[in-house]
Design a binder for this molecule. Structure first.
Ligand code: DGL
Length: 276
């Protein structure tokens, strides 16, 4: 991919593949480079400083691979690192490059899905404690009531391949019960962590039928398409040869490939990204 200028897609692990899958389906002619920082995942319980440092290291690495534009396909990184990267790091180091997140595009549309005007947001501790969804949703839908629930054990279960095993049920039911106990009027549950779609079937099983589950993949893909249309000066720098490659910070890449194939629904042969 040496002369390619791919769109970089970043996540702490392979959860971001749920977003990449939608982006790739919607915009197949672009080139992509996916990076999962699996060696240091999960990010969700880490401090602001650590998440910023790890995310910035990965963004710099993607820039060095030639990506003019990086999508943080991770809510935790979007909540804790995006603003500092956009407003401080990028301005100083790479003013011509762009980094986008997943929270703003989700907040822009989430109010359209609810009839009761009460929604539940499920995310990592980092995302929930940052208050980013409360702030962003309020900007676009000031009359919406937003309830949040941190689900700190879901990402470790997913990253360790337990998402479809019976042991995961206990923790799915626990956090679903906790969010639903906050209001009987919630009719939309937002999966505000790109890993959580991997638990979709189990989450669905513990929810009343009238509650919709919203994942972010298609929302982020639509938003990226519209961004590229509105920013031809960025789009012109991106190569469009329909190539994509995968990188992980774990030196044992086979484990990554196994799960990546399940959730990307295509062949994955990842390479080791020596960042750490
Ligand atoms: N996919 C990340 C997110 O959307 C997972 C965070 C983690 O590594 O804990 O928040």
């Amino acid at each position: 991919m040496n002369n390619n200028k791919p769109i970089g897609i970043f996540d702490s692990g392979y959860g971001g593949l749920t977003v990449f899958k939608s982006i790739y389906k919607q915009l197949p002619h672009y080139d992509y480079l996916y990076l999962g920082d699996t060696a240091r995942a999960p990010y969700g319980n880490r401090s602001f400083q650590t998440i910023h440092q790890y995310t910035l290291e990965c963004v710099r690495w993607l820039f060095n691979q030639g990506c003019p534009l990086v999508v943080l396909a991770c809510n935790t990184a979007s909540a804790k690192a995006l603003r500092t990267i956009q407003q401080i790091d990028l301005k100083n180091e790479s003013p011509d490059k762009r980094v986008l997140g997943v929270i703003r595009p989700t907040a822009e549309v989430i109010g359209d899905y609810t009839k009761t005007k009460e929604i539940g947001v499920l995310g990592t501790k980092g995302t929930v404690n940052s208050g980013s969804y409360l702030i962003e949703i309020n900007r676009f839908f000031p009359n919406l009531k937003v309830y949040q629930q941190a689900c700190p054990l879901w990402v470790p279960l997913i990253e360790n391949g337990e998402f479809d095993k019976p042991g995961a049920d206990y923790f799915v039911e626990k956090y679903i019960d906790e969010i639903l106990s906050q209001s009987p009027n919630i009719d939309v549950l937002l999966l505000a962590c790109t890993h959580y779609p991997l638990l979709y079937k189990k989450i669905r099983a513990y929810l009343p039928a009238h509650i919709q589950i919203i994942s972010q993949g298609d929302i982020v893909a639509n938003s990226l398409e519209s961004y590229l249309e509105r920013h031809p000066e960025i789009d012109i720098n991106l190569t469009k040869n329909s190539q994509h490659s995968f990188y992980t910070t774990t030196d044992d890449t086979l484990d990554f490939d196994y799960y990546a194939e399940l959730f990307f629904s295509g062949k994955v042969k990842s390479s080791f990204a020596e960042i750490i």
